[in-house]
Design a protein around this ligand. Structure first.
Ligand SMILES: Nc1ncnc2c1ncn2[C@@H]1O[C@H](COP(=O)(O)OP(=O)(O)O)[C@@H](O)[C@H]1O
Ligand SMILES: [Mg+2]
Length: 255
């Protein structure tokens, strides 16, 4: 069975893409799984972080979702990581909600497009945009396991509760009971009393589902600026050690 893991949070800059890319690369490169990473964000950062020139790669995920003539085989690209493929995204994705507006099944387009891959991958990793519109609903309906990265700031707690409610609501509204939050990842973590209080509160809301905090580490940011995963760029860094622990927690949580 193919695992389907989505990284969602309506806030931007909380670590969705960083986690999606590095967890996907960990499961492929270190665990020997066949992994497909699907970017759904207009910024195209997931493809970019894997070294693709996303501005020129076409067709991409937008064409897959809006043009029946484009098959999934045409949008899947190989990466430098053994076992990891990616479907890139770019600015056109901003037009997806309007393009799909008249279709009563518009929320199911991603799930249907990916179903044509059946059996080709062990894991699908979905990187959501920072909003709660049609694209994120498509992501949730194409996924079963949901990971919520949460910045370790006080106000981020509200957002996390909201994201969890959204998952519950989409699961009920669309009769998709397999959909569930499997892991919450505290991100952008620096050890302060407030950050530790935020982590403790998350542990009360989500018992046994909170991973180790993702500490701020410059190698994580640098790796992305070089179009590489942390495992290629700085495998011995503190960032790699932390990301490995988080990736293992996400992997265990969904089984
Ligand atoms: N643990 C970390 N240490 C250092 N930089 C990080 C860390 N996590 C994320 N970043 C940086 O923060 C920025 C936002 O992260 P990103 O994963 O793109 O967030 P999102 O996808 O939620 O918008 C990126 O530049 C990323 O490199
Ligand atoms: Mg992102």
């Amino acid at each position: 069975m193919t695992r389907r893991i989505a990284f969602i949070n309506e806030k931007g800059g909380v670590g969705k893409t960083t986690l999606a890319v590095n967890v996907a690369a960990f499961l492929a490169g270190k665990k020997g799984r066949r992994v497909l990473l699907v970017d759904l964000d207009t910024q195209g950062h997931a493809g970019k972080a894997l070294g693709l020139d996303v501005r020129t790669v076409s067709p991409n995920v937008f064409h897959l979702l809006t043009d029946e003539a484009v098959g999934v085989g045409e949008v899947v690209r190989p990466t430098a990581v053994q076992g990891l493929d990616v479907i890139p995204s770019w600015k056109e994705m901003a037009d997806f909600p309007t393009e799909a507006a008249a279709d009563p099944d518009r929320a199911l387009r991603l799930r249907r497009a990916l179903s044509a891959l059946d059996g080709r991958y062990d894991v699908l990793v979905l990187d959501a945009p920072p909003s709660l519109g049609l694209t994120t609903t498509n992501v949730l309906l194409a996924a079963e396991e949901v990971v919520i990265p949460v910045a370790t700031t006080y106000l981020a707690l509200d957002g996390c509760a909201e994201m969890s409610d959204t998952v519950t609501r989409v699961a009920a509204d669309y009769r998709h009971p397999a959909l569930r939050v499997t892991q919450v990842v505290p991100t952008l973590y620096r050890k302060t009393q407030l950050a530790d209080e935020v982590v403790a509160t998350l542990e009360r809301y989500f018992p046994r589902r909170v991973s180790e905090p993702m500490t701020l580490n410059v190698a994580i940011d640098e790796a992305q600026s070089h179009g590489k995963t942390i495992w290629e760029y700085a495998p011995w860094s503190r960032g790699a050690t932390i990301l490995q622990k988080v990736a293992e927690a996400i992997d265990r949580a969904g089984r």
